[in-house]
Write a protein that binds this ligand. Structure first.
Ligand code: BG6
Length: 483
């Protein structure tokens, strides 16, 4: 690497997901997904920011009376109709990669249909063609928190082994269809979320289970096999396809140098890295087998599962990185608000308005740690600051706080590359404001582009460039040299 520029060919862009941007939830044959059943709950009525875990009973009730709820993820930011305008704006910033996901229920509305929905396939043809117009490489997630609802209700989602076959059919369809348009793929978004919120991770209802852990880890096993199978199919269809897994990497630190804290933090890290261990090394590590034994978990495997995992490792690892967490053996230590990854307060770090600890150096640590462990390329496919923005009277948005957050993280990425980490690219989360996953708010904004819409769906959906838009454009233009 010369001076402070990033390596030649480094991929710069932004990341989104279908259920947070598209809208058009009932158009052109699309079926409902689990994300479409998450209703908006105002901040005052929520406990922390953990994504909703909707029960089967609640869904059945809501379906009887859908009009009395507001489901933000059904509407997103209307990318379904505005993708041309949006991709043009991303291109103006100089993006050479754009991460988006395919909505499975747009392609197979019920998940278990015989034939795919041609109109759904056509939509992504159009989107990928639009990217090509500007030389933007699509990086496509196959499943981002939006399992088809029918698969959840009828089979209990990924807890059922049948989903492996449904998924294989879906991925084969899209790999074949977009063979000449996409060669960078991710299988399951933040696959480790399955162990924390199986509804979001894979449409699994836990309420009738007397052993919820068993159900969650069994569902994870099905996703591991499906992910390896997808990698196999992708390589067969196009040897140039590169397939990655995706991990929410919330690094865990020990609160003190008390060995009890250190072991506790190590365990927390292992419980996450277990998901990448399987994708890269192709086998269940000893520490998780011990955890299974001690928690009465017994994974049901079929003949050939171990072989599939071993023979089809991923080509690269991708991560989301927003924060670090700290664990303590002291049960009286002050804890941060509830969220998917939380822990005790780290006095050295500031937090966002949502209580997420801002830790740029933790990103350097995470990259080094992952690269030491696996020695395969890494892609940061999510990072960013969720913040309240203000649209001024002159239609400007002064988001110096976002620039500051991103700048500090990019500096640490640069350090990690100097440390020898093979980093492929960087896509910031939500380059255009979108619906928050955990809270379904619009007011938790990540974008370089402001979208006029509020938490209750009101607004004219107009797009406005924030100060960070012009800043990121320069970062990309200078290949990371000017920050
Ligand atoms: C990741 C998810 O967990 O973080 C995204 O992959 C999500 O879907 C992002 O939107 C930010 O989280 P939130 O809850 O602020 O939207």
């Amino acid at each position: 690497m010369e001076s402070n520029r990033f390596p030649e060919g480094f991929l710069w862009g932004g990341a989104t997901s279908a259920c947070q941007i598209e809208g058009g939830y009932n158009l052109d044959g699309r079926g409902l997904s689990i994300a479409d059943m998450v209703k908006f709950i105002p901040k005052e009525q929520r406990k922390g920011d953990r994504p909703a875990s909707v029960t089967k009973k609640e869904i059945q009730e809501m379906l009887k009376n859908e009009d009395s709820y507001y489901f933000p993820k059904r509407h997103g930011i209307d990318f379904y109709h505005r993708y041309k305008e949006d991709i043009k704006l991303l291109a103006e910033m100089g993006f050479n990669v754009f991460r988006l996901s395919i909505s499975w229920s747009r392609i197979f509305p019920n998940g278990d249909d015989e034939e795919p929905n041609e109109e759904g396939l056509k939509f992504y043809d159009n989107v990928f063609d639009e990217c090509k117009k500007y030389n933007i490489k699509p990086l496509v997630t196959l499943s981002h928190y939006d399992t088809p609802l029918n698969l959840a209700l009828k089979y209990n989602g990924w807890a059922n082994r049948k989903l492996i076959d449904f998924f294989a059919k879906y991925v084969r369809t899209v790999f074949e269809r977009y063979k000449d348009k996409v060669d960078l793929w991710l299988t399951f978004n933040e696959i480790n979320v399955m162990s924390k919120n199986p509804y979001t991770g894979g449409g699994v209802f836990l309420e009738d289970s007397d052993n919820p852990l068993q159900l969650s880890y069994q569902a994870a096993h099905h996703q591991f096999v499906a992910s390896a199978l997808a990698t196999k199919i992708a390589h067969e269809i196009n040897p140039n396809n590169k397939v990655g897994c995706m991990l929410a990497r919330a690094v865990t630190y020990p609160e003190t140098n008390n060995p009890l804290d250190i072991i506790k933090a190590q365990k927390a890290n292992q419980m996450n890295l277990f998901f990448t261990d399987i994708h890269v090394r192709g086998e269940y590590p000893g520490y998780i087998l011990r955890y299974f034994r001690e928690n009465n978990i017994s994974i049901q495997k079929e003949l050939g599962d171990d072989e599939i995992l071993k023979l089809h490792p991923v080509d690269f690892i991708s991560i989301s990185y927003y924060k670090s967490v700290t664990e303590s053996s002291n049960s009286n230590a002050e804890r941060l608000p509830d969220s998917l990854f939380t822990g005790v307060k780290n006095p050295y770090l500031e937090t966002t308005d949502w209580g997420w600890q801002i830790d740029p150096m933790g990103l350097r640590w995470a990259l080094n740690d992952l690269y030491d462990r696996y020695q395969i390329p890494i892609f940061i496919v999510e990072n960013g600051l969720g913040a309240y923005d203000k649209l001024e009277e002159d239609n400007k948005i002064h988001d110096a706080y976002r620039i500051d957050y991103l700048k500090k993280h990019i500096i640490q990425m640069r350090e990690a590359i100097k440390d020898g980490v093979d980093l492929m690219g960087y896509t910031t989360w939500g380059p255009i404001d979108l619906v928050s996953d955990s809270t379904s708010e619009m007011s938790k904004r990540y974008g370089f582009i402001y979208v006029d819409k509020d938490d209750y769906g009101k607004g004219n959906l107009k797009r406005f460039k924030k100060d960070s838009f012009f800043w990121y454009k320069k970062v990309i233009e200078s290949n990371g040299e000017i920050l």
